[in-house]
Design a protein around this ligand. Sequence first.
Ligand SMILES: [Zn+2]
Ligand SMILES: [Zn+2]
Length: 338
Amino acid sequence: MNIGAHVRGGGKLVPSLEAGVEIGATSIQIFTQSPRMWKPSQYAPEVLAAFREAQATHPTITDTFCHATYLINLASGDAELYEKSVQALTHNLSVARGMGSSGLVLHVGSHKGAGFDEVVRQIADAFERAFDDADPAPEGVVDCPILIENAAGAGGTVGRSLEEIGLMIDACNGDDRLGLCIDTQHLWASGFDYSTVAGTERLIKAIDKNVGMSRLRCFHLNDSKIELGGNRDRHANIGEGTIGVKGLAPLVGHPKIRNIPLLLEVPGSGEGPRAEDVVAARKVVMAGIKLYDGAKKSTLAKKAVPKKAATKKAAPKKAAPTKKTAAVKKVVMKKTKK
Ligand SMILES: [Zn+2]
Ligand SMILES: [Zn+2]
């Protein structure tokens, strides 16, 4: 299990690792620049190198994800806004690559009613330009994919379904630098009910069919202030929303999901994820694992596991994803669709 959290570094990179350690997270997500301003944060190569070194000396944090600025709209019909968006995405990708990030999470934007088919080509062009024009990853550093985040489905938001995300990847000829981040709140709001074992199996099938499970690099783990299908983006603390512990457990405990970084973007008490939110997330994953693996594995954390129970069904416990496994995954990240 790998419970991460969106943290604030106060505009600095290295302190964001400390912020993650402080709340007991094992992955972090940060904004590469102020999320609601166009002005890019400039980082000298030494600053990026210092972050990569700091990542190595904070071994409890296995992965750092970056989140692109919210202003980006690759589906915009306004030429100037589109151009600004491509520039911002390119800059965000340069920073993420320089940091050695495991993924740059992106909200693609909104076509504002023009329709998905009208904008899919310009979105693909934007991805290709960003991949070409961003500063390359430093030597020896694994390249950073762009992770398309699913949308809650408000207005003309793009990425409201796995089908749409699959079509964007298709439009880039299955470029293996494109991946997926699933936000549990957005998915719920977009009307996908994964809150049972059967629902989660249906989700995994849909991911495999449209995108490929190997592209799924992280989750945003959030409960929802909005009901199923409510189409609005409103995160709640784990266990305090309409999905609840019972609805999240089948998803996060699934054997194909439980070791993928689960990044909290919950409000906490207003300042973002706290240590207690990380603990709450761990409990949900444990409850989910129990659903699949039965009671004998339920005691796997904290409390001493009775010997015979522990050896009874020794399901291989996968190691948390590391930079190295990310590198290996990158190589095998081929389009598995169809
Ligand atoms: Zn997001
Ligand atoms: Zn999110």
